[in-house]
Design a protein around this ligand. Sequence first.
Ligand code: ADE
Ligand code: ZN
Length: 337
Amino acid sequence: MLIQEFIQRLPKAELHLHIEGSLEPELLFIIAKRNNIDIPYKSIEELKKAYNFSCLQDFLNIYYQGASVLQTEQDFYDLTYAYFVKCKEENIRHTEIMFDPQTHTNRGINFSFVINGIYRACEDAKERFDITSFLIMSYLRHLSEADAFITLKQSLPYKNKIKAVGLDSSEQGNPPSKFKKVFEASIKEGYIPVAHAGEEGNADYIWEALDILKIKRIDHGNNCLQDLQLINKIKELDLSLTICPLSNKELKVVPNLNNHPLKKMLEKGLKPTINSDDPAYFGGQINQNFIEIQEALDLTKKELFELSRNSFEYSFLDKAMKAKYIVELEEFYRINK
Ligand code: ADE
Ligand code: ZN
């Protein structure tokens, strides 16, 4: 079996996906039109031309502009359902979806529209596609901790629909320590803590996320390789890193994929996974991420299998569900290796 088909059919979990970043230009235009929102692009082609980034902030400006077309519960449902249709095509069996409530509530959108729209699509995807999912409510780090506390409070009536809390947006100048108290409070409410760290920020940001926010998974974490002690700490804590190759390429976190740290992470015994981050903006879904990084680093089928195994093993599923998916994966690998 050719490697591309192997990747396509490989059962996998996605652990780093911003639902707002899955908003494809076509759906963005449809939703803008039905909500009577003027967008500063005449056509889908013109919009796509703007997707050319020199750093994270460059991207975030466009990403927040795109997300501003989302207004109704139905918009959030349609956005999420469209992502699940892609999941089915990509053979994603389980996904842990991040959403940014503040991107919407700060525009006057009701928190309930966001969570109920997204969650209803998750339920339908379970029933129609047999795909399981969890939601990760992410705090925007360019805003204040007090603002994050408001979001935490708004989430409490919907606690049973949310598995974890995350930290995203502009990393430089907004270290994890800024959110110490709100993460402590979130953990008390039963949310599992995760955070973006070491994407553009250096290894100190990852240390803070571990020591101060007590995270259970590292989003990106590319820059951990700067610090041998940190590598050992991540291994001791047995934490996974959610790696996003095309995102790293498009946001110039790496000069090109041939220089991507993923291979070194595997060699050092770390537990990376492959993810799409914001697939509508970075040129591909999860399988395209697998395909391009496989080609750039000459990854073997065994390494691809390991990456997929990590995605189930380091998901927040319970033991029984992890075992079920891993048996499915191992069966696939046994026949197709
Ligand atoms: N929000 C959406 N995608 C992000 C990324 N890659 N880093 C930080 N914040 C984000
Ligand atoms: Zn991200």
